[in-house]
Write a protein that binds this ligand. Structure first.
Ligand code: ABU
Length: 461
């Protein structure tokens, strides 16, 4: 087990609130203890375990994938696949720092699993290629990350945020909403998604009243939405900023009847209860504001909706049950937070393992410029030739994961969009999906939408 030095523990303890110290620098996977004579291969794990999006709930599924892979005799048979974790806190700066830690500290990493937030993945992937290091993100959806010049060695098992725009437009058309406004946090993840949305709205003849953006304080922008009489609002931001948006909107009575909020659908449950720092509303005020709002979350499909047996021999629903059970009952996961994005972590480990496995034979038959043979454990950050073998293997990966079929198109994933609505129990429930493969009728409702007046009626009993 690799542990950080004591001074660094103290540094992190002092500066970074909410950090899961126990996980930093730790190698996780159960089979490492009985790995026997197998050769360890290390993945650098860089995910946010706190911050604007908390991806800690991916860990049980990732550990499960490692256990399954390490138990297989037909896959990476001579190797024991392990992961060394660091918390990125969904921060670009910290992501860079922990990425450099991973590189400059033993053991040698063969690939990076991460980042989790796009802002972290951008920091990591814009640098990792200088070390010939491939990064595979389970959850980053920024359209910016599709840029192969800036992020040449980046892969993801998540679809891009702007691929959700056709679903957003289809919902507006379905309900005859002809005037819409947007507000977003000033990150490329959101601004590029809005750029694309603007074109899609134009094509659909939907009027964009105003498009607001902010860095850290949305007060003026919310006032502007009110002034412009915006009623249908597409809001794209991390959860810490969404708290501020709902706080400001509630002050102007913009969260009740007559308003529709379309948010990203990947926030964790009860995101408004998380303590992100000072806020001008109490937790009770915020809960009430969000609870009375007509709020949709739009995200890409995580768990596959079929009952097919996925690569590790489990169905998607069986896997989901396993992860929920682990989070609720395994003390080692007691501080982690459930996220509906957890299946992407499991599939990412499988994608990495299959690519490594595929590379074994290719390496045997490749003549390298120095005339020497390579095995997986020979990889170093200077080895561009070997990186190219790993890169090609990853680009050819194709398997049925718990998120559905997994393959990459220039590093990107193609998928289905899920529409969720916040209900009386203050949880988001799936009410429909949007599947571009259903050309005639891509938008499909699986449950009735509950409008605010009905919500009120039901709450009266
Ligand atoms: N899917 C959750 C993280 C979103 C992002 O930062 O890309």
């Amino acid at each position: 087990m690799m542990l950080l030095h004591i001074e660094e523990h103290l540094f992190i303890l002092t500066i970074l609130s909410g950090l899961l110290l126990a996980i930093n620098g730790q190698v996780t996977n159960i089979s490492q203890e009985d790995g026997g004579m197998k050769i360890p291969l290390y993945i650098g794990g860089l995910l946010p375990f706190s911050g604007g999006w908390d991806g800690s709930g991916l860990v049980p599924g990732i550990d499960f994938a490692l256990e399954q892979i390490n138990a297989r005799e037909d896959l990476l048979a001579e190797y024991d696949l392990r992961i060394v974790w660091n918390d990125t806190q969904c921060s670009p700066g910290l992501s860079s720092r922990v990425f450099f830690d991973q590189i400059y500290r033993e053991p040698q990493k063969i690939m990076i699993l991460g980042g989790g937030c796009s802002v972290g993945s951008e920091a990591i992937a814009s640098t990792a290629h200088y070390w010939n290091l491939i990064s595979v993100s389970p959850t980053s959806s920024s359209p910016a990350l599709s840029n192969r010049v800036k992020y040449p060695l980046f892969y993801r098992t998540q679809t891009t945020e702007h691929s959700l725009n056709p679903a957003r437009v289809a919902i507006m058309k379905e309900f005859g909403w002809t005037r819409v406004a947007t507000i977003h946090e000033n990150y490329e993840l959101f601004s590029l998604t809005v750029d694309d949305l603007v074109s899609e709205l134009k094509e659909a003849n939907i009027t964009l009243i105003t498009s607001e953006s902010f860095v850290d304080n949305p007060k003026n922008q919310i006032e502007n939405l009110k002034k412009q009489d915006a009623k249908i609002i597409i809001a794209l931001m991390y959860a810490d900023q969404a708290q501020k948006v709902f706080c400001e909107a509630s002050k102007l009575n913009m969260t009740g009847e007559g308003y529709v909020w379309m948010l990203v659908g990947w926030y964790n449950n009860k995101w408004w209860e998380v303590d992100f720092g000072p806020l001008e509303c109490t937790k009770e005020e915020l809960t009430e504001a969000v609870g009375r709002s007509n709020y949709f979350g739009i995200r890409s499909q995580g768990l596959s909706s079929t009952d097919e047996i996925a690569i590790g021999g489990v169905t998607a629903s069986g896997f989901d049950e396993y992860v929920r059970y682990q989070l609720d009952n395994n003390p080692k996961y007691s501080r982690l937070t459930f996220t509906s994005e957890h299946p992407f972590g499991y599939d990412t480990v499988w994608a990495i393992a299959l690519a490594l496995n595929e590379s074994i034979d290719i390496l045997k038959s490749t003549t390298f410029l120095d005339g020497r043979m390579r095995r997986l454990e020979d990889y170093t950050y200077d080895d561009k030739e070997m990186m190219m073998v790993l890169y090609k293997s990853l680009s050819e990966v194709l398997f049925l994961g718990v998120t559905g079929p997994v393959s990459f198109e220039k590093g990107d994933r193609v998928g289905i969009t899920i529409i969720r609505q916040l209900r009386e129990d203050l949880l988001e429930h799936k009410i429909g999906d949007f599947n571009p493969a259903h050309v005639q009728d891509p938008l499909r409702w699986t449950r009735d939408i509950m409008w605010p007046d009905r919500k009120k009626d039901q709450s009266r009993g």
